[in-house]
Design a protein around this ligand. Structure first.
Ligand code: HPA
Ligand code: ZN
Length: 346
């Protein structure tokens, strides 16, 4: 690990912006900005629940995860065609590239959209084409992780997995999202075992709102390689030791945690404590259009609130590559670029 020179608080935002990074926890439907949502609504003849962009944006105030999921679901109603999914993903990738995201592992789901009468192909082909184009247009790598919706049944998750099988080559892995409380990971143990047998990478949201037991069962029942959120882990010392020892990454989303009231203020966020405990924590935006910021705003606001410095910045960017599913050679290239930025930053 590089020993990093100190950087003044005034220069830190530039370093956070310039450093190459991977984003590993971002739901593409949560990147749909109100402007594009209205444009797609118009294009597809879908009437909107709010009269204009400003009133929609001002409705983005949430008490908890479920509150958010309800409004998030309404936003997905404008997505009707393969081009809509392409346009949404292209907009995110352009925005991420501007934040020096060089690699993205993007969450999406098909169950929301098949529930609206769309085909699995429309969703995956549109998103995948945007990921392919991002390589030439933005010089970044991007791949797709299908999230099962945990408020739906095991049977529905199995049906979803069967439907995506013809498009298996366009998927990196599977995850688990939506309403956490009352839907523990073990509900999906058999679906994840099947996905694992298919060679898909495994991740799951756990310990966002729900207790550490959900993180244990994501690890032991689902056998995931990464935990999404996982911030409740600090309540369980034995779990903290396990995460550190096995180098299980956590994809932390500070502004999401703030907006969904997981922490009352950013100054009370436990990102610093996770790093001190030697956990492979990363910073991500979750649903940037809804939570008030893309990845760099997550970095800058959290660093200011927690008084974190250049060494933490390096650690988090390094962690993002370590935690990613890219091959060792590409990892090495990205980490070389990261080292180059830290060595030359004045
Ligand atoms: N948690 C669970 N499900 C989600 C989230 C989240 O933060 N964002 C989009 N779907
Ligand atoms: Zn999430």
């Amino acid at each position: 690990m590089l020993k990093v020179k100190p950087v003044s608080p005034e220069r830190l935002p530039d370093l956070l912006r310039l450093m190459p990074k991977a984003e590993l926890h971002m739901h593409i439907e949560g990147s749909l900005e109100p402007e594009l949502m209205f444009a797609l609504g118009l294009r597809n003849g879908v009437s909107m629940a709010y009269p204009d962009v400003e009133s929609l944006r001002s409705a983005y105030v949430f008490d908890n995860l479920q509150d958010f999921l309800d409004i998030y679901h309404t936003g997905t109603l404008v997505l009707r065609t393969e081009q809509d999914f392409y346009d949404m993903a292209h907009a995110y990738l352009a925005r991420a590239a501007a934040d020096n995201v060089v690699h993205a592992e993007i969450f999406f789901d098909t169950q929301t959209h098949t529930g609206h009468g769309l085909s699995t192909e429309v969703v995956i082909n549109g998103l995948h084409r945007a990921c392919v184009d991002a390589r030439a247009e933005f010089g970044m790598s991007a791949s797709l992780i299908l999230c099962f919706l945990r408020h739906l049944s095991e049977k529905e998750a199995f049906e979803c997995l069967e439907q995506v099988l013809p498009l298996r080559d366009k998927l990196l892995g599977v995850g688990l999202a939506s309403s956490e409380l009352g839907h523990p990971p073990e509900k999906f143990a058999r679906v994840f075992a099947r996905a694992r047998a298919l060679g898909l990478r495994l991740v799951a949201h756990a310990g966002e709102e729900a207790p550490p037991a959900y993180i244990w069962s994501a690890l032991d029942a689902l056998k995931v390689a990464r935990i999404d959120h996982g911030v409740q882990a600090t309540r369980d010392p034995a779990l903290m030791a396990r995460l550190a020892k096995d180098r299980i990454p956590l994809t932390v989303c500070p502004l999401s945690n703030l907006k969904l009231r997981v922490f009352p203020t950013l100054a009370e966020h436990n990102l610093g404590r996770l790093l001190e405990a030697g956990i492979v924590a990363t910073v991500n935006s979750d649903d940037p259009s809804y939570f008030g910021g893309y990845i760099n705003q997550n970095f800058t606001q959290t660093f200011a609130a927690l008084n974190l410095g250049a060494q933490h910045a390096y650690q988090l960017a390094h962690n993002s590559f370590e935690a990613s599913f890219i091959d060792d050679e590409l990892k090495r290239q990205y980490i070389d670029r990261l080292n180059g930025v830290f060595e030359t930053f004045q």
